[in-house]
Design a protein around this ligand. Structure first.
Ligand SMILES: [Zn+2]
Length: 222
């Protein structure tokens, strides 16, 4: 029998593909779960608030092996369905919490986005159904993961403001899939303030464990 996932009565976990039989413990705020209880436990959601520069930031997961694998599935393999799994259980809360904000997605390099067919940050946050403002783009195909900590602090050089964007007097929420050193977030938040946003905040799906982010240096192979 051909496998159908959309028109079957039993929902399948988007991570491990097993049927979601019993989800009573989350059904109150997540009546149509996308991941099974086992995967949800493994994803280990933990809402974390912190200060990035002068801006308040909220993250929902720690960037561990599980989240890393899921993000790879989304970004590396182009599995669009994976995008919804991260914030699905918090969508109602987030939609209400940030109802007066416009979302500014992290800058991406257009050509890489076109190759993948979608922008992974927008894919993760579009369920919030809040307006997007494409205020920033990346001017070259630079990958944060390839940069040393010091080079990451100069990331602002690679980010440009979209002259059509208008954030004057608006509450703006910078959104990204991953927060590591916070260099990108800070660079964008600075630009948003320069362009007269009324209030600027940060919301990220996952955060690299702090020690790793600060001391992270890429190993050089001799
Ligand atoms: Zn599962």
């Amino acid at each position: 029998m051909p496998w159908k996932k959309s028109d079957t009565a039993i929902p399948f976990c988007k991570v491990c593909f097993s049927p979601i039989k019993n989800h009573d413990f989350v059904s109150f705020w997540d009546p149509e779960p996308l991941v099974c209880p086992k995967c949800r436990m493994a994803m280990n959601p933990r809402k974390h608030e912190e200060q990035i520069g002068k801006w308040k930031a909220v993250s929902f997961y720690v960037y561990d092996e599980m989240i890393q694998a899921m993000l790879y599935q989304l970004k590396g393999c182009g599995d669009y369905e994976m995008a919804k799994t991260f914030l699905h259980a918090y969508v109602l809360y987030l939609r209400w919490r940030y109802r007066t904000y416009v979302l500014v997605p992290a800058p991406s390099f257009k050509e890489r986005e076109e190759a993948r067919g979608f922008n992974q940050v927008e894919a993760i946050f579009e369920e919030l159904k809040l307006p997007f403002c494409h205020a920033v783009t990346k001017v070259d195909n630079i990958k944060q993961a390839d940069l040393h900590w010091k080079e990451r602090q100069d990331i602002g050089k690679h980010i440009v403001w979209n002259p059509k964007a208008n954030v004057v007097g608006k509450r703006v929420l910078f959104v990204d899939d991953l927060l590591t050193t916070g260099a990108t977030a800070k660079a964008v938040c600075r630009l948003l303030e320069e362009h007269k946003a009324k209030e600027v905040r940060i919301l990220v799906m996952a955060r690299t464990p702090k020690k790793e982010a600060e001391g992270h240096q890429k190993l050089k192979i001799p």
